[in-house]
Design a protein around this ligand. Structure first.
Ligand SMILES: CCOC(=O)Cn1cc(-c2ncnc(N)c2C#N)cn1
Length: 305
């Protein structure tokens, strides 16, 4: 256990609330129709969870999700629990000090098995697909694009959810329609573009390029809600606008110190993920705090909720 992962986050239950799902950096506990997302301080890079945590990363990213859920609330409802039950609150009370600010209480939703990815720039798996086929998710793109180029207009590039840990697989919109039906596919695509338009415009006012992001949606009482985490540096690519220079991979706003360090030690990705030097940890924490300040306009890490 590293110093930033409390014991409660390593168990398969929180008291008698069972662990429902464990992602690389987040854990999900369920009690009936109420779920508890806990974001740990773990950080992953190149698809590996590293040996060191980043202090308060879980809290910072949870507060960013809360900010963004509120910011887009007039565009799409979300899965946040308006009023958690007294029973649930009583069950988590003993852990409050460990999970304060890093937890989200959400309603159980019937999750769509699709990752709704929107890209304003060509990067990552989209760049790989473009190099191989000239298209992404069946969307043909202009010839001659450079890596990290801004696209003529944002594209919707869904992915099929592979069980936790695996890489999601890019699918065409047609496959998404076959999977969840035309009505929901069209509505999730519309909502994805609408949220991205609002969020990327806000990020740009703070000198941040929101290159791409991934949303997950579900149904609660038959209505579409925005779920999962939203517009965090873990679910999005944020680039500093001041250093934007297409023609290659862009520096990650939050993980560049980590990536540079891993490159500098020539880490063999088959080997166990290394721990990070204190300086890399503290600089990375500062980047998360800077993203929080820029996006929310708040100076300190006072709780949004
Ligand atoms: C930590 C691991 O969890 C995930 O990766 C994603 N995931 C979300 C759900 C979910 N399931 C029902 N209701 C919800 N509101 C949600 C949400 N969000 C399940 N896995």
């Amino acid at each position: 256990m590293n110093s930033h992962t409390s014991s409660a986050l390593l168990t398969t239950s929180l008291g008698d609330i069972p662990l429902t799902a464990r992602g690389k950096v987040r854990d999900l506990y369920a009690m009936g129709e109420e779920l508890l997302f806990i974001a740990t301080d773990r950080i992953s890079a190149f698809d590996h969870v590293l040996g060191s945590g980043i202090p308060e990363k879980g809290k910072i990213l949870t507060q960013l999700s809360h900010f963004w859920f509120d910011f887009v609330a007039d565009t799409v409802p979300n899965h946040l629990l308006a009023s958690p039950s007294a029973e649930l609150l009583a069950k988590i009370a003993p852990y409050e000090s460990q999970i304060e600010g890093r937890s989200m209480l959400v309603r159980r939703a019937e999750m769509f098995p699709v990752e709704c990815v929107v890209r304003g720039y060509i990067s990552g798996s989209g760049w790989k697909d473009y190099l191989a086929t000239g298209s992404v998710c069946g969307i043909e793109l202009p010839k001659g694009l450079r890596e990290s180029d801004k696209l003529p207009c944002p594209i919707f590039t869904p992915a099929a959810k592979i069980n936790t840990g695996g890489h999601d697989e890019n699918i065409s919109y047609g496959v998404m329609v076959d999977t969840i039906g035309e009505h929901y596919a069209a509505e999730l695509r519309r909502l994805t573009f609408a949220i991205y338009e609002k969020a990327s415009a806000h990020a740009a006012t703070e000198g941040l390029i929101l290159a791409d992001t991934k949303f997950e949606f579900g149904l609660v009482d038959g209505k579409i809600v925005l779920a999962d985490e939203v517009l965090t540096p873990d679910s999005s690519r944020y680039w500093p606008a001041e250093s934007y220079s297409p023609g290659g991979a862009q520096p990650s706003f939050d993980k560049q110190y980590v990536r540079d360090y891993l490159e500098s030690i020539h880490w063999n990705k088959q080997a166990p993920a290394p721990s990070l030097p204190d300086e890399v940890i503290s600089k990375t924490r500062e980047k998360y705090l800077e993203a929080f300040r820029l996006i929310t306009g708040r100076s300190g890490l006072e709780m949004v909720r």
